[in-house]
Design a protein around this ligand. Structure first.
Ligand code: CP3
Length: 347
């Protein structure tokens, strides 16, 4: 089937669809026993990402079980710093741990030479997955946005206050810009290689966009994203780009207008009325069920799913969560969500 005839593309282009197409951020992961089984076979999380057979298997697991309209490549946003030769490890119960880079002198330890070669297993996995996917299923690739990836590189892992990143960006903006320049270039290389290996759509995850406001938002969120979108469009004009400036609130509008992304991935904090009246006319929207409600299930899930569908079904719309699936989510709730969307199609 041609990409443009698949449900996800039809929804993005504003063509009629039988029911809202859906996929879920982090649809492959720990809430699935079959994922935990594969995860248990490797010592380190990155081994999953860099062993094409395993990355393929976990990418396909949720599709087999629930029949989502799109598969997302199983990988992580932190393979980009790894490809730039920064040390990246995932510690049990602790999340990612990186050797932090806190100033312009630290950038000397990074290199773009050999970047695509180091990440070749990801592109091999991409090619293998493309061969195995059901014909009607769209294939999504992704990368973290420069700001979000920079927070992990500078803090040395997950963070709450982003103090080191904020300090660098505010006290030495020209030096911090050099890190952002490296990340823009690496992100374009990485997404271009995924597209050449078979992904049909790409999503840019800016999970920590909401930390920044006004001039900082323009400089570190919008500007780098504009450069990535321009470079990808020059090479792949018909590949849809999904932007996810999580937590950006009212700044979602300027982000959509200035970056020109095809789809806005909406977090669960955005009111439906604002999203429908202000954002949906500017771009297709994707979202925005609260992952907590998916984990809760039952009538709360049914009610909220119906509210979201009712708000967005008049326009370009892909059903998704406002952020990734929580690890304690019962898989039955994902099956129920699939049934609710199926029913929405029947009337
Ligand atoms: O199914 C999918 O969505 C595809 C795979 C995917 C993963 N990470 C796998 C993963 C995707 C799209 C991501 C994106 C990602 N990774 C983001 C952006 C989206 C978001 O959640 O905000 C971020 C910030 C990361 C960085 C990251 N990776 C952290 C902070 C952690 C540790 C916390 C956690 O959830 O465990 C990871 C690990 C990770 N990435 C896991 C998975 C399935 C869990 C690790 C494990 O199974 O041991």
């Amino acid at each position: 089937m041609r990409s443009e005839d698949k449900a996800l593309f039809r929804a993005i282009r504003g063509k009629s669809v039988e029911r809202p197409p859906f996929w879920l951020m982090r649809q492959a992961g720990r809430y699935l026993p079959e994922y935990r089984e594969i995860r248990g076979k490797v010592a380190h999380f990155l081994e999953l990402c860099f062993t094409p057979e395993l990355a393929m298997e976990v990418t396909l697991q949720p599709i087999r079980r629930f029949g989502m309209d799109a598969a997302i490549l199983f990988s992580d946003i932190l393979v980009v710093p790894w490809g730039l030769t920064q040390n990246v490890a995932f510690k049990e119960g602790e999340g990612p741990v990186l050797d932090p880079i806190r100033d312009v002198a630290g950038l000397a330890s990074l290199t773009l030479d050999g970047f695509l070669e180091r990440l070749q297993p990801v592109y091999t996995a991409t090619k293998m997955i493309k061969e195995e996917l059901p014909l009607q299923t769209s294939f999504i690739g992704f990368a973290g946005a420069p700001w979000t990836v920079a927070t992990y590189m500078v803090e040395g892992g997950s963070s709450r206050g982003f103090e080191n990143t904020q300090r660098w960006a505010n006290t030495d903006p020209a030096g911090f810009q050099k890190l952002m320049d490296i990340l823009v270039e690496a992100t374009v290389l990485h997404l271009d290689a995924q597209i050449r290996s078979g992904v049909e759509i790409v999503q840019i995850f800016d999970s920590w966009a909401g930390v920044l406001k006004d001039r900082d938002f323009a400089q570190w969120i919008i500007a780098p994203t504009v450069r990535i979108v321009k470079a990808l469009r020059a090479k792949h004009p018909t590949v849809p780009i999904i932007g996810f400036p999580r937590g950006a609130g009212a700044q979602y509008l300027g982000y959509a207008q200035e970056t020109g992304v095809d789809v806005l991935s909406l977090d669960q904090d955005l009111p439906l009325s604002f999203a429908r009246d202000v954002l949906q006319p500017v771009a297709a929207v994707q979202g925005n069920l609260d992952p907590v409600i998916l984990a809760a299930g039952g009538s709360a899930l049914k009610t909220r799913t119906e509210e979201i569908i009712t708000a967005f079904r008049g326009g370009r719309f892909i059903f998704n969560l406002g952020h990734g699936i929580l690890p304690h989510t019962p898989p039955e709730n994902v099956a129920l969500l699939g049934q609710l969307l199926e029913r929405a199609g029947r009337g």
